[in-house]
Design a protein around this ligand. Structure first.
Ligand code: NAI
Ligand code: MG
Length: 474
């Protein structure tokens, strides 16, 4: 599909999805309490109805069909995501492999759900066992920074385990979720299994997290909102998975392969214009190479093309919104006043890009761990270079944060690497790479970055509960 024919189709979709009264499924684009109610009722009916009789093998076949439909429609999905949230086509198109792999991972997990049986430790002819059952209706609340991929952590796990879903995508980027739910129905998923309520967090999101008919919330977003969801979930003791903010340490030792570490550490933050939960924004660089490293990184940053996300040579698009732009510029302009040295970027882009939310990839050197740019999640393309001398010192600095989502180390010395792997208090640590996610292993956070893993057995188990069964065969 060419971009222009894709665009025509997209405008049709935008009209269709945002249109009033187009179908009974989409009556309002700004969901309110009654919409959440209706969606939860539909999800509950599907959970207790025909969907509960689907075998794991049937759900596996459905997921395989979904994978094929997503592959066949991926160009369109990538364009929708790009137009909706501004990530360049070079990025959204590239997510295809990862998304298809995620769907296949969840399809494999349908056949992998198992409880336990014990020997006969009870008197009489009693068999005891535990079986796994789906928890019920899942509320999925996701952010705007990558719904094309992040929706699958919810959809995949729910379809694999036999749960049903009410999705509340971010108000700033809902379209890829709406198109995907069409594809799910096209693949043969029964009505009511996945429902979408678009709308604002404080209205639709709040209603969903408080709703007594929802058994579990899977949330990705800010720590502030995460805390509100914990409070709202108390109504009916919902299970929660929370992936919240981060301020991840990325540690470069002087013996690292700098040809890999410079672009690796730069893209650990600049990718998606810095709007990534586990971005390695606190870049600890060993003091002996700080100057060289910062200079090389600033040169690398200059080679990154920022601009029209539909241009297939562009690597970084705009930020999501005026609000996010204001927030990022506030950090960029405030850092020198706190004593940080601007080593590259630092401004909003002008000229042809002046009317968009474009900012330069930005690097600050000589940052200390107490500055605002080193403590708070910026969610923009801003790197804080913090010098260090020894491995013990850097571990203390790296862990001096309220967050614990990701972290990384660049070194040729395996014992240094392992010291960091064991010493960094975070849910995920990368060695000589950054940001890879394998659904078999997954990723997740600790401390104020939340709890509950995405990917791995732990993810599937969280959509299930254990039921203990005792059978007296007489
Ligand atoms: P947010 O956490 O408010 O939004 C994420 C999702 O939660 C959206 O779908 C939103 O509608 C929903 N939401 C908002 N308030 C809610 C409530 N009271 N109850 C239930 N759901 C609610 O994030 P926001 O305001 O879009 O961005 C603010 C900052 O949060 C960003 O600048 C960034 O620092 C951080 N953030 C972090 C993300 C991450 O992946 N770690 C993702 C998005 C934002
Ligand atoms: Mg918010």
């Amino acid at each position: 599909m060419t971009i222009s024919s894709g665009l025509c189709r997209l405008f049709a979709i935008v009209v269709l999805l945002h249109g009033q009264n187009h179908t009974s499924r989409w009556t309002r684009s700004m969901g309110v309490d009654q919409d959440v109610d209706a969606a939860v009722v539909a999800a509950r009916a599907a959970f207790e109805g025909p969907w509960s009789r689907w075998t794991p093998y049937q759900r596996q076949c459905l997921l395989v069909k979904i994978r094929d439909l997503v592959e066949a429609n991926f160009d369109e999905l990538a364009i929708i995501e790009t137009l909706d949230m501004g990530a360049p086509l070079t990025r959204t198109r590239n997510l295809k492999g990862a998304i298809l792999q995620m769907i296949m991972y969840f399809s494999s997990q349908t056949m992998n759900v198992a409880g336990e049986t014990s020997g006969n430790s009870l008197p009489g002819n009693i068999t005891s066992m535990s079986i796994k059952a789906p928890v019920g209706v899942i509320g999925g609340i996701i952010p705007w920074n990558g719904p094309l991929i992040s929706q699958w952590w919810v959809l995949g796990a729910a379809l694999a385990t036999g749960c049903t879903v009410v999705m509340k995508p971010a108000e700033d980027a809902s379209l890829s979720v709406l198109r995907v739910v069409e594809l799910l129905h096209e693949a043969g998923m029964p009505e009511g299994v996945v429902n979408v309520v678009t709308g604002y967090g404080a209205i639709a999101g709040e209603a969903l997290s408080r709703h007594p008919g929802v058994d579990r919330i899977a949330f990705t977003g800010s720590t502030v909102t995460g805390r509100k969801i914990i409070e709202a979930s108390a109504t009916n003791m919902k299970k929660l998975q929370l992936e919240l903010g981060g301020k991840s340490p990325d540690i470069v030792f002087a013996d690292a392969d700098l040809d890999k570490a410079v672009p690796g550490a730069a893209m650990a933050v600049f990718t998606n214009s810095g709007q990534v939960c586990y971005a390695g924004t606190r870049l600890f660089v060993q003091r002996t190479i700080q100057e060289e490293f910062t200079q090389r990184m600033a040169e690398f940053a200059k080679t990154l093309k920022v601009g029209d996300p539909l241009d297939s040579s562009v690597q970084l698009g705009p930020l999501i919104s005026q609000k996010q732009l204001d927030k990022v510029l506030d950090y960029m302009h405030g850092a020198p006043k706190e004593g940080a040295t601007l080593a590259g970027g630092g401004e909003r882009l002008g000229g042809e890009l002046a009317s968009g939310y474009f900012v330069e990839p930005t690097i600050f050197a000589n940052v200390t761990n107490s500055m605002r740019i080193a403590r708070e999640e910026i969610f923009g393309p801003v790197i804080s270079v913090i010098p260090f001398d020894t491995a013990d010192e850097v571990l203390t600095l790296a862990n001096d944060t309220e967050y614990g989502l990701g972290g990384a180390v660049w070194t040729r010395d395996m014992s240094t690497a392992l010291k960091m792997v064991h010493g960094i208090h975070a849910g995920t640590v990368w060695v000589n790479c950054y940001g890879m996610v394998d659904p078999n292993v997954g990723f997740g956070g600790i401390k104020m970055s939340g709890y509950g893993v995405k990917g791995s057995r732990g993810h599937i188990d969280a959509y299930l509960y254990s039921k203990s069964v005792y059978i007296n065969a007489g």
